[in-house]
Design a protein around this ligand. Structure first.
Ligand code: DSN
Length: 429
């Protein structure tokens, strides 16, 4: 009898096809990526690096990993690539271990301003084992470089992160470089969210200005889950030992055997990203996000929209996420800069276009989707988060039930399902 898991996978495939996936860090991979990921390569142990393995039988695995490395170097235009990190957070740990000693100072954008946990947030390794200093965005929601410079001069970080997870604007790597040089810090770009846009020429490449780059492979790059670490010429010049430091931080520092099926699937996605059609895809992601943002009354220079819901009421992030999910639209609640409610019960949602664009949706479809989103958000008016903290859990439980029974949301869901179902989703043939 087939495993129960396959029935659940079929259920999830239905959700992915008949819903609108708008979490900006998600995407739909190709059938070839799925095939490589589901291959027999998962059977092999290969600790070490090509030509330098702890176990035998790695002749073919070496060829696969070398191929992935060559593709990554070519795609980004850098001299060194490491393709073994299991995912973005372990990759950022590897980088931090390679360039810092425990207790050294690291600086990154605060979570509430759209940064990442591993860039110095509370409860992350990056603030437990290192001294974390966080910079922020200003009232205009853009990075406050004055604050960044004065914090850097005061705290003299060893490592400065430039990278975001909920930031709808382009990044100015040159400004970061100038500040990093003032204090002699390594400048590391975590491009995970925008790598596809960089490859497509929609965003500036960080390669000329930073020392190291980390990207996950599963966001706009549209590969399997995983991550790649790249060293630039500048990085090699700053520290000729940086490659071996990163390798040591990877194994034995943090990881064991590489996930060879994942490495192979990354190689397939890099082949795809090198094709001219990928550039077109990246350009379309940004065009879609721009139209969607305009329709929702805000702006985006990227693949994502950070939408403040303060016009709908107090602390409306959860309620909006629940209501949209009922209507077949998947987004995530998110804090907004200067969060007026709470980090746990935030006032915004984060949504994006990479996955929808992979399904072939264009500007006119974004107008339609924005229409549904606005109709859904009307349904949460009056469902403000209680000001008394002890009432919030019960309130949200009851709100979820209420939204499940909402007839208008059910009607929108039918419209969404019939629309989304027309756009293909890849599976293993
Ligand atoms: N979880 C990712 C995101 O959604 O942005 C960041 O690692």
């Amino acid at each position: 009898m087939a495993s129960k898991v396959f029935k659940l996978i079929a259920e999830e495939a239905h959700r992915q096809k008949y819903g609108l996936e708008m979490i900006p860090s998600e995407n739909y991979v190709s059938s070839d990526v799925l095939k490589a990921l589901g291959s027999i390569l998962t059977n092999k142990y290969s600790e070490g690096f090509p030509g330098r393995r702890y176990y035998g039988g790695n002749e073919v695995i070496d060829k696969i990993e070398n191929y992935a490395i060559d593709l990554a170097k070519k795609l980004f235009g850098v001299p060194v690539a490491l393709v073994q990190p299991y995912s973005g957070s372990p990759a950022n740990l590897i980088i931090t271990m390679a360039v810092c000693q425990p207790g050294d100072t690291v600086m990154g954008l605060s979570l509430i301003s759209g940064g990442h946990l591993t860039h110095g947030a509370n409860l992350s390794f990056s603030s437990i084992f290192y001294k974390a200093v966080q910079y922020n965005v200003g009232k205009d929601w853009k990075i406050d470089f004055e604050e960044l410079e004065s914090l850097a001069k005061k705290h003299k970080p060893k490592l400065i992160w430039v990278g975001t997870t909920a930031y709808p604007f382009k990044l100015d790597y040159k400004k970061f470089r100038k500040i990093a040089d003032m204090v002699g810090a390594y400048l590391v770009a975590d491009c995970s969210h925008i790598t596809g846009l960089i490859i497509g020429g929609v965003h500036e490449s960080p390669v000329p200005d930073v020392d190291i780059i980390m990207t996950t492979s599963h966001k706009t790059l549209r590969g399997p889950r995983g991550a790649i670490i790249l060293i630039t010429d500048r990085g090699l010049k700053k520290d000729p030992e940086i490659k071996s430091k990163l390798e040591r931080a990877l194994i034995p520092g943090t990881q064991g055997g590489p996930h060879n099926h994942q490495t192979a699937a990354i190689a397939v996605s890099l082949e795809e990203a090198l094709k001219p059609s990928f550039k077109k895809y990246a350009v379309q992601i940004a065009k879609n996000a721009k139209v969607l943002a305009e329709q929702l009354g805000t702006v985006s220079e990227t693949h994502l929209i950070l939408l403040s819901l303060t016009d709908y009421g107090y602390g409306m992030g959860y309620q909006a996420q629940y209501a949209l999910e009922e209507a077949g639209i998947t987004v995530n609640k998110n804090t907004i800069p200067g969060e007026p409610a709470s980090a746990f019960y935030p006032s915004g949602i984060r949504l994006g276009t990479p996955a929808l664009t992979s399904r072939g949706m264009k500007e006119k479809d974004m107008v339609k989707i924005a229409g549904w989103i606005k109709r859904v958000l009307e349904e949460i008016r009056g469902l403000d988060l209680p000001k008394q903290q002890e009432k919030r859990k019960d309130f949200l439980r009851e709100t979820k039930i209420k939204l499940k029974e909402n007839k208008n949301l059910k009607k929108i869901r039918k419209e969404v399902e019939s629309f989304a179902g027309k756009f293909p989703v890849h599976s293993i043939q």
